[in-house]
Design a protein around this ligand. Structure first.
Ligand SMILES: *[C@@H]1O[C@H](CO)[C@@H](O)[C@H](O)[C@H]1NC(C)=O
Ligand SMILES: *[C@@H]1O[C@H](CO)[C@@H](O)[C@H](O)[C@H]1NC(C)=O
Ligand SMILES: *[C@@H]1O[C@H](CO)[C@@H](O)[C@H](O)[C@H]1NC(C)=O
Ligand SMILES: *[C@@H]1O[C@H](CO)[C@@H](O)[C@H](O)[C@H]1NC(C)=O
Length: 496
């Protein structure tokens, strides 16, 4: 854990505006955290789970991997650093938390590392990518994993994206023969060994993905090594039996890449383009987070976050979409359109669509540049909205709700403030712990005593529990986090 203490990068990126941030933050006695005071409103039955976000804004405050419960209580705060894709995934059949942490470039991608923690928050795997990469600033990095994807597959590999500065003839798009652009790449990395098992890049497939088809037209002020043109903007990768489905935001399309590298088809969000006939409701643009379910030779279900907005595009509602994709007839039929009519959102960048369970069909969407997470039920009704910052000032690249059980390897924290000769105000917390429900308070005879006297107990109250206790005969206190009467964690003995 110690080596993961990067300073936060507080620059404004991925279309975040320099909006004055007036969002309230929480302060705590037992931890140096100032997480955003998340506001959760529920309008229906939600699925169980905690809210997982990685806010990133115009200040260090609250820039960390954060877990909250549905009542808005903080559950976990990680180190102050820019993160992405903070969520629970299955690895070797165990629940783990995974997230990217690193530095963002002004051009809307990043360089970082994917961290994998077990249910005690010990870092069990650290996935990095070393290859010959060229960066816009010419600075070498420890790891070149981009922020956009950290997807664990059922074969215990990690799918990640990467961006590489490459010189390219841009005359077909009105540029010069020797300009620079960003190649869109993805890698599959074996998590246990950190070995690359597969890699692919879009520039090797110009015939199937022509630069002229990019919806991110080549502007005059892009094309240098420092400001390369971002033709593709790869932002998700999903595994199939014999290949991968990738999302290229700047093509308004998903592409199926066969294991042998060949681009087999393009599913475009624009009617009349790509290899599929799409129904009217299936139109999408500037999308994120293409996920695949129930893939067979004949078809699959595909879902995505349809931004439908950029700062320059026409304003249209941002929606979650899910489609039945017919591979035989090459047609797409819309199954679900998720939108909260009472709170129509226009998200210009980032975002996610996460099917929480195939039983309830609840979906959680993170709205990217709009600092909200919404849960929808199986009938496509909004049932929960959580706001964790000012829109367009604070973003979370993706946002999730996940079930999670954790008992940290570190001790509970205790702060004791004397209020009289024999009484004190006691503050207790245990960052990341999900399983305890009450605290037992003990009076200790000495800083190292083990036969401490039980004073009282109190139910857990959110992240930090406080109680005023009298009749303390000694100046030493210790607290124990418990589930019913079973001790789960013991604080140090504190002298007050
Ligand atoms: C990145 O691009 C450079 C050319 O600019 C190339 O030499 C290098 O091999 C590329 N890296 C990867 C990992 O493809
Ligand atoms: C890759 O496999 C597909 C499916 O069998 C095939 O159509 C395509 O031609 C192959 N590409 C190469 C380069 O072998
Ligand atoms: C996948 O198929 C199962 C069985 O037919 C179905 O219950 C489930 O809803 C499907 N998943 C999606 C995302 O459509
Ligand atoms: C595909 O098209 C054929 C011929 O039009 C039709 O008979 C068949 O039902 C279609 N399949 C699906 C899954 O819609």
């Amino acid at each position: 854990m110690a080596r993961r203490a990067f300073a936060a990068c507080a620059t404004l990126l991925l279309s975040l505006e320099a909006v004055a941030d007036s969002f309230p933050f929480l302060t705590l006695e037992t931890a140096p955290f100032t997480p955003p005071a998340i506001q959760v409103t529920k309008s229906g039955q939600t699925d169980p789970g905690y809210i997982f976000v990685g806010p990133r804004g115009n200040q260090d405050q609250g820039t960390a991997a954060l877990i909250y419960d549905e009542d808005g209580n903080l559950v976990y705060q990680g180190p102050t650093e820019v993160t992405a894709n903070f969520k629970v995934q299955k690895l070797f059949n165990e629940d783990v938390i995974t997230f990217w942490a690193g530095n963002m470039m002004d051009l809307g991608f990043g360089y970082g590392t994917v961290h994998i923690l077990d249910n005690t928050y010990r870092e069990i795997y650290t996935v990095t990518l070393q290859d010959h990469f060229v960066s816009p600033d010419g600075v070498a990095r420890d790891s070149y994993i981009d922020l956009h994807e950290s997807h664990v597959t059922d074969r215990n590999t990690l799918l990640v994206t990467a961006y590489n500065v490459t010189q390219q003839d841009l005359t077909p798009v009105g540029g010069d023969p020797d300009e620079y652009m960003l190649n869109g790449m993805f890698y599959e990395i074996d998590i246990a060994t950190n070995e690359i098992v597969y890699s692919w890049n879009a520039l090797d497939h110009l015939a199937d993905i022509p630069l002229e088809k990019s919806r991110q037209g080549k502007a005059k002020d892009f094309g240098t090594m420092e400001k390369p043109w971002d033709a593709y903007h790869i932002n998700s990768v999903e595994l199939l039996n014999d290949g991968y489905i990738i999302s290229l935001r700047h093509y308004w399309s998903g592409f199926y890449v066969h294991n042998n590298g060949t681009v087999m088809w393009q599913l475009s969000g624009e009617q009349g383009k790509g290899d599929f006939t799409i129904d009217e409701a299936a139109a999408f643009s500037w999308q994120h987070d293409i996920r695949v379910y129930n893939a067979t030779e004949e078809g699959m279900v595909l879902s995505l976050f349809n931004n439908a907005n950029t700062p320059t595009a026409e304003v249209a509602p941002t929606t979650g979409l899910s489609f039945a994709v017919d591979l035989v007839n090459r047609s797409v039929k819309t199954l679900r359109t998720l939108n909260d009519p009472d709170d129509v959102i226009h998200s210009v960048s980032q975002g996610s669509y996460h099917l929480m369970s195939e039983e309830s069909n609840h979906v959680v969407m993170g709205y990217g540049s709009i600092s909200k997470v919404k849960e929808f039920d199986g009938d496509n009704n909004e049932v929960m909205t959580a706001q964790f910052g000012d829109d367009n000032a604070v973003a979370s690249y993706r946002g999730y709700k996940c079930e999670w059980k954790a008992t940290p390897f570190w001790q509970p924290a205790l702060v004791v403030q004397r209020t009289s000769d024999s009484s004190a105000k006691i503050y207790m917390s245990w960052n990341g712990a999900t399983e305890y429900d009450n605290w037992a308070i003990y009076s200790a005879s000495a800083p190292d005593s083990t036969d401490n006297a039980f004073v009282t107990s109190i139910s857990r109250s959110g992240f930090e529990t406080a109680i005023e206790v009298g009749s303390l005969d000694t100046p030493y206190v210790q607290v124990v986090a418990r589930k019913d009467s079973t001790p789960l964690g013991t604080s140090p003995i504190v002298n007050f």
